[in-house]
Design a protein. Structure first.
Lengths: 319, 258
């Protein structure tokens, strides 16, 4: 099983790197947001799947990443994408700490509602403070440099589907590896213990609130990285990114792929983006069909697509 | 005899209701002190005060000479007191090995390492194996806790508390819901393991008078929040008044429940 997982991961990464030579530029601009969401969900699921805290307000940190990229690139003239990622990530952590300090004292619906409330607060801030945030039009995001290289000979699309795409897939691989280490570390085990039984874990010396705070901050950092990629892809940071339905989409992706598994949310991110864009092309009732998909998944396959895949795998191996 | 754990004049009120009043106890090295009493006598409140979960409204609680009133379970674990629970408190989706590892990680101060693979940490692994074999769980390391039998769940709960290398261990009805054949097995296991591992004192909260009589070095009886008696087992069971007040009422209660 372990080797099978390793082979699958390497094959998926190779496929992602090979995609631009197979698919048209249009499809690559679709894969880019999927990669961005995959990174955001790695973080989101540290909190949801591993720590057992379901946030309905994580679009806030995606938006902080996006606006961070916008402000840094078009207002402060910072070009280096590495610097943009670090600074927007740090801003997201700074925004997450006060929210987390308050909300990690609670669990379940109370945690969810508190995070939702903070998300809505931030959305109205983006919307109302026109002078700072550009209101409903948002802020333009300029093309960054990658490792100091500006790729001036490439037009916008060529840049996005070329170097920027490879950069982001590489980022997904690196951040995925880091998250894999985190969830298998002693820290990760303590998070799971606090999810399984808070009181017992405290009596075993697990510093539940403190560790939840750290998990929350890490998840905010990952979401901000995803948000920065999204903003560069569209060239715009707008308040929709912080709207509560966007937080809902993060939850949707995690459930669709299966939050109990490390790779579930990644599968969920890719499936969701393609499902949504295909459905939008076919019918104006795409929201209906997305909703129906979610119902089917929750009722019939509560462990998501990855859980379904695991069941099929064991069934095949028994025969 | 110097006390490891002591309470002086401890009281605890909930509004107007007095759950504990003027409780003074002292537990010394080498003792196994049983706390007995009918339901509603204040045992749970006393346990919660002794483990730093509840702040007493009067008096002091000291562990190794330091005030531990209301310090909370995490700090308590760090200072060397562990607690096993009446209702099995385990991590259902975690394996036996992982459950014990949670305690070993706290005890070795490794909770804040983010990048080490915990399954490859030799010192954690060795200690998990050691603790598991003390409690006869070494063949179940990979088994998820929810698939264990009731008796094994109890053992795992105690084993994880034990993995903290505590000086004092508090067992809250460690054998409730376990067959009478297994009860003695669990108790003997815990007492032997504690001696070997250098646990200095055990506090036992128990309804089962067989176990109390056999394993205690001293018995503290509570009624209505007060200490009624604090004596060695022989004197305790030799005093018809106390037996009538404590055991009689408990038997009556148990008969009613049955």
């Amino acid at each position: 099983m372990r080797t099978a997982v390793g082979v699958l991961v390497l094959a998926s990464l190779a496929a992602l790197f090979a995609l631009p030579s197979v698919l048209s530029a249009y499809y690559i601009t679709l894969v880019l947001p999927a990669v961005a969401y995959a990174i955001a969900l790695l973080g989101f699921n540290l909190l949801f799947g591993y720590t057992g805290l379901l946030s309905f307000g994580h679009a806030l940190y995606v938006a902080v990443g996006a606006y961070g990229a916008a402000v840094l690139s078009s207002k402060l003239g910072i070009k280096s994408f590495e610097l943009v990622l670090l600074l927007s990530g740090a801003a997201a952590v700074a925004a997450a700490i006060p929210v987390a300090l308050l909300s990690v004292r609670y669990e379940k619906i109370f945690f969810g509602i508190l995070t939702l409330a903070f998300g809505m607060l931030f959305h109205s801030f983006l919307f109302k403070f026109y002078d700072i945030t550009g209101g409903d039009t948002g802020i333009r995001v300029l093309r960054p440099s990658l490792f100091g290289n500006e790729f001036k000979d490439l037009d916008k699309t060529a840049f996005l589907v070329g170097p920027f795409y490879y950069y982001c897939v590489g980022l997904l691989a690196v951040l995925g590896f880091v998250m894999w280490r985190i969830v298998h570390s002693p820290f990760g085990l303590h998070l799971v213990a606090s999810r399984e039984n808070r009181r017992k874990s405290e009596y075993l010396g697990v510093r539940v609130r403190f560790f939840r705070l750290i998990a929350f901050s890490i998840s905010a950092f990952y979401c901000a990285v995803g948000g920065a990629i999204l903003a560069i892809n569209t060239g715009q940071a707008d308040p929709e990114l912080a709207y509560w339905t966007h937080s809902g989409e993060l939850v949707f992706m995690a459930v669709l792929g299966g939050f109990a598994n490390f790779f579930g949310p990644l599968v969920g991110a890719f499936t969701f983006i393609f499902l949504k864009s295909e459905l939008m092309g076919i019918t104006q009732f795409w929201r209906f069909w997305l909703g129906l998909t979610l119902i089917v998944i929750v009722v019939l396959f509560p462990r998501g697509l990855v859980g379904l895949g695991q069941d099929l795998w064991t069934r095949l191996h028994r025969q | 005899m110097s006390a490891i754990l002591e309470t002086v004049g401890v009281g605890r009120k909930y509004g107007d209701f007095v759950a504990l009043e003027d409780v003074s106890l002292s537990i010394a090295e080498g003792e196994l002190v049983s706390i007995v009493g009918p339901n509603g006598a204040g045992k749970t409140t006393l346990v919660n005060v002794l483990t730093g979960l509840l702040k007493p409204t009067a008096g002091v609680v000291r562990f190794r000479g330091e005030d531990i009133a209301g310090i909370g379970p995490v700090m308590l674990a760090r200072r060397g007191m562990a607690r096993a629970f009446q209702l099995v408190h385990i991590f259902p989706a975690m394996s036996v090995g992982q459950t014990i590892a949670v305690a070993v990680i706290s005890q070795e101060w490794k909770g804040l390492s983010f990048f080490r693979d915990v399954s490859r940490d030799e010192s954690v692994r060795a200690r998990v194996h050691e603790v598991a074999s003390i409690f006869g769980l070494e063949k179940k390391l990979e088994t998820e806790a929810r698939h264990l039998s009731q008796g094994e769940k109890k053992l795992l709960d105690i084993a994880s508390a034990f993995a903290l290398k505590p000086e004092v261990i508090l067992l809250d009805e460690p054998t409730s819901g376990v067959s009478s054949a297994d009860k003695h097995g669990i108790m003997r296991n815990v007492v032997d393991a504690s001696k070997k591992a250098g646990v200095k004192a055990i506090i036992l909260v128990e309804h089962d008078m067989d176990l109390v009589a056999e394993y205690s070095t001293r018995i503290v009886a509570l009624t209505a929040g007060r200490v009624l008696a604090d004596r060695p087992p022989k004197e305790f069971f030799g005093d018809p008044e106390i037996v009538a007040a404590i055991v009689g009422r408990m038997v009556g209660r148990l008969a009613k429940e049955a």
